[in-house]
Design a protein around this ligand. Structure first.
Ligand SMILES: O=C(O)c1ccccc1N[C@@H]1O[C@H](COP(=O)(O)O)[C@@H](O)[C@H]1O
Length: 201
């Protein structure tokens, strides 16, 4: 998000656990550096979304935007994720983009260095595809590390998501993006609020 009024409305009406700031320059949701002055004091946990950024860039954004969390949404190596965790100390989400299969062996080495895994739909644009993947794959989740789900989540999925959570207790949160927007980076707060009440009632 990158509109202060929209963020303040979201915090007041929904009070989400996290809010995302996309730092991938090719994204239509890209958040410019000068927004840091406006957002850093807003009392909400801020997630910086990075795609194959350097450690220096990530540290700079953590400090200037007051990020609580770093979401690594590219092909970051285990060594890189370890360095992010050890050198910044912030919460880390490592994203795995899902095609037809989930390679649990490839994911396992990341576990010591992340707070949450995040599963998104594979797209050449790295994220924000608005497309879901086959959630059945998650029913074989072999770890105890909590994970988050993203990729085209919409309000129409609410019942399926409740059922999925009942079946997989390690599913700890949902990352909603393009299906809850009025335009890129501008959230439809009423719709997010509606989803929250369906999920929590
Ligand atoms: O939203 C983007 O533009 C984006 C660009 C590059 C990396 C990640 C991006 N967003 C993340 O993509 C997922 C899924 O979004 P959607 O629901 O399919 O639109 C989510 O984690 C966003 O944070």
């Amino acid at each position: 998000m990158r509109n202060l009024t929209n963020i303040q409305e979201l915090v007041a009406k929904v009070n989400p656990d996290w809010m995302g700031l996309i730092f991938f320059p090719k994204s239509t949701r890209y958040v410019p550096q000068d927004f840091s002055i406006r957002i850093s004091q807003v009392p909400i946990s801020k997630v910086g979304v990075f795609v194959n950024s350097t450690l220096e860039e990530i540290k700079y954004k953590i400090n200037s935007f007051g990020l609580s969390t770093v979401q690594l949404h590219g092909g970051e190596s285990v060594d890189f994720v370890k360095a992010v965790k050890e050198e910044t100390g912030v919460e880390v989400f490592k994203v795995f983009s899902v095609k037809e299969q989930l390679e649990w062996n490839t994911i396992q080495p990341y576990l010591p260095f992340v707070d949450y895994l995040l599963f998104d739909t594979f797209t050449a644009a790295h994220g924000g595809s608005g497309k879901t993947f086959d959630w059945e794959l998650l029913k074989r989740y072999p770890f105890t590390k909590p994970f988050l789900l993203s990729g085209g989540l919409d309000i129409t999925h609410a019942d399926q998501l409740i059922e999925l959570h009942d079946q997989i207790p390690y599913l700890k949160g949902l990352d909603v993006n393009s299906k809850f927007e009025l335009s890129p980076a501008l959230k439809d707060v009423t719709k997010v609020s509606e989803l929250k009440s369906i999920l929590t009632n």
